[in-house]
Design a protein around this ligand. Structure first.
Ligand SMILES: O=c1ccn([C@@H]2O[C@H](COP(=O)(O)O)[C@@H](O)[C@H]2O)c(=O)[nH]1
Ligand SMILES: [Zn+2]
Ligand SMILES: [Zn+2]
Length: 611
């Protein structure tokens, strides 16, 4: 076959065209990753507006490798101060609220002794109008003491806790802050009665005490006396600042609401929730809604109430603001970073950088070579799932501290999935990553029991139908109810006819935009609540516990094996043994039999493995 010059020239041109197109396409994609074209949805302002944070868990440096959450606490302070100015200029009110859980989840908070000693002063730079306590302020006495001595002192009058108390050295219990607050807002002069509540948490340290919401309502006269002292004609709005999941499957808010409605049949009530780490907004009735604002400085929650209208849809708005500068500047309506920054905000950002350097948080202590490892973006059986990685690669490398400890040939190591808090990213494994992935200082313990019993424990702790049918293991509700709260809220449904919200959603979804991965929240108002439209990520189910089994085939069920687990879940293990009718030899309690196995934490083993 013969080719003339024109054919050859055309082939070369086509080839060059393909190369040029491929290169252009690559650049285009890189550009989009860094400059996603997404229209940020505006905030709707009302007579009274709220900025809400919850479950920050020490993430005040922001997310250093995730653009969507790249703002730090200094930026957040500039943001809220800009919004306060807008509110004041327009004669509207804006209140800042935090729902607790400020420890455990980030190096900035957890590398110090006591944990939080450097992070809390940074948190305290924000001018919160109301705040309350989370369960992470109650695991360790030193954290409760910080709340009592530092935060309550600093936020005097604004720190509310209606069902949590602190034990003084002389043994008397005193409220963490105040049980309630009655106040008038600065601009609209609205009269507000507010309370602070924690869910029915039972793992508090012995210098504190939690009374369930139901117990407070039913058996502590002060609560109903307070409601009577502030009758409906003297209250424009009730504010409930809680560390309680707002989802319908968690009954505590709903019991509280039923009682409040007996006293205030049509007063407006706004709930703020936390603990299950999700974005959520619930409509309780025509005049009552609840907002929950995610976790880990990924989200700033916004809700507003327009008091002038009789129309429900015009009365309420909610937005989940991504914790980044684009969103902050957009909502503050200031395009230049220099004009957006406030002196205080810039100083707090500097303090964060200084503190991170001082604590050497960016120091690499290992390297994650192969890939990212996700908590629930991939199924648990996937090699990129962090629990798959931990059970297959990390747990089998655990070795006891004491070489004289009696050990057996076979062992099962169980971890509660709640002890792993964040995805593990490919690249340098820093001192910070260590606490991000798993912040807890739990000890490994060992129980030596027959293999036939040991192998049934993980399935039993994960069998929710079994757990639902039988007595709940002590403290188990901490984990499994929390997971239910996460799951069910995603598919919560409106109790009022809110179809118009969805029409709006459909209209907008026709606009073809390249979206980044992130939250797409389905709540009672539809799914346009996230300020930044995202491509939704899939969240696969994760069990309560996972294990690594080093068990030989062919050995008898009577063979004694070592069951190794964190002391944090000891009560769950003892519950499971009880369900299996296995009694530890008489006269000796579990404390005697479960021996300390290892002091080295899982997060240090990850470093050694290098992934
Ligand atoms: O020492 C500990 C303390 C807690 N956990 C896990 O944390 C969750 C509670 O976290 P929230 O932020 O309050 O949701 C608890 O259910 C445990 O899974 C732990 O593993 N060790
Ligand atoms: Zn939390
Ligand atoms: Zn919590």
């Amino acid at each position: 076959m013969q080719f003339d010059n024109t054919v050859i020239r055309n082939i070369i041109l086509i080839f060059l065209g393909i190369v040029a197109f491929t290169q252009f396409y690559k650049l285009y994609n890189v550009y989009y990753q860094n400059n996603p074209v997404t229209a940020i949805r505006d905030l709707t302002w009302g007579d009274i507006n709220f900025i809400h944070t919850t479950d920050t868990h020490g993430w005040y440096s922001g997310h250093l490798i995730q653009q969507s959450y790249n703002a730090d606490w200094g930026d957040f302070i500039s943001f809220t101060s800009r919004l306060k100015k807008i509110a004041d200029d327009n004669g509207q009110d804006l209140l800042l609220i935090d729902s607790g859980d400020r420890h455990d989840g980030n190096g900035l908070s957890d590398v110090t002794v006591p944990n939080g000693v450097k992070a809390l002063p940074i948190f305290m730079k924000e001018d919160y109008d109301l705040l309350t306590i989370g369960n992470h302020e109650l695991y360790l006495w030193e954290n409760s003491r910080q709340e009592y001595e530092d935060l309550i002192e600093h936020f005097k009058g604004n720190y509310l806790s209606s069902n949590v108390e602190y034990k003084l050295d002389n043994g008397t219990f005193v409220t963490f802050g105040d049980k309630f607050k009655y106040f008038t807002t600065p601009n609209k002069h609205l009269r507000i009665l507010s309370f602070g509540f924690l869910f029915d948490f039972n793992r508090f340290n012995d210098h504190s005490r939690v009374t369930s919401i139901k117990e407070v309502i039913d058996n502590q006269p002060w609560f109903k006396e307070t409601l009577k002292a502030y009758p409906p004609e003297e209250v424009d709005l009730l504010l409930l600042v809680t560390h309680v999941p707002i989802t319908r499957s968690w009954p505590e808010i709903y019991y509280l609401h039923s009682v409040l409605r007996e006293f205030y049949p049509d007063t407006k009530i706004q709930y703020f929730g936390g603990h299950s780490h999700i974005r959520d907004f619930i409509v309780l009735d025509e005049y009552a809604t609840a907002l929950q604002s995610g976790r880990y400085c990924e989200t700033v929650g916004w809700t507003s109430i327009n008091l002038q209208t009789d129309n429900f849809k015009e009365r309420y708005s909610r937005t989940y603001i991504d914790f980044n500068l684009d969103s902050f500047q957009h909502h503050a309506k200031i395009s230049s970073k220099d004009s957006f920054d406030t002196e205080k905000g810039v100083n707090v950002s500097k303090l964060i950088t200084q503190t991170r350097n001082e604590l050497k948080l960016n120091t690499p202590i290992g390297y994650v070579k192969k890939s990212n490892y996700y908590i629930d973006y991939v199924p648990i059986t996937d090699s990129k799932n962090i629990f798959h990685f931990l059970t297959k690669k990390v747990l089998p490398t655990l070795t006891p501290d004491d070489e004289n400890l009696e050990i057996h040939d076979e062992r099962i190591i169980i971890i509660n999935t709640g002890s792993i808090r964040y995805d593990l990213y490919k690249g340098p494994y820093t001192l910070d990553s260590r606490y991000i992935v798993s912040p807890f200082e739990n000890l490994w313990v060992k129980l030596s029991i027959p293999k036939g019993i040991a192998i049934q424990i993980t399935p039993l702790l994960n069998d929710e139908s079994y757990i639902a049918k039988h007595l709940k293991p002590p403290h188990q509700q901490d984990d499994s109810d929390e997971k239910n709260a996460r799951r069910q809220t995603r598919f919560s449904y409106p109790v009022l006819d809110l179809n118009d919200y969805d029409k709006q959603t459909i209209k907008n979804s026709k606009k073809k935009k390249k979206l980044t991965k992130g939250y797409v929240t389905f709540d009672d108002l539809g799914h346009e609540g996230d300020d930044t439209p995202h491509k939704a990520v899939v969240n696969f189910p994760i069990p309560n516990v996972v294990n690594s089994e080093e068990i030989k085939k062919g050995t008898s069920d009577e063979e004694i094996v070592d069951l190794i687990f964190y002391d944090f879940i000891e009560s769950n293990i003892i519950w499971a043994l009880d369900q299996l009718n296995y009694t530890l030899p008489e006269g000796k309690g579990p404390d005697f039999y479960s021996k300390k196995y290892l002091g080295t934490l899982l997060n240090e083993y990850i470093r050694d493995i290098g992934a």
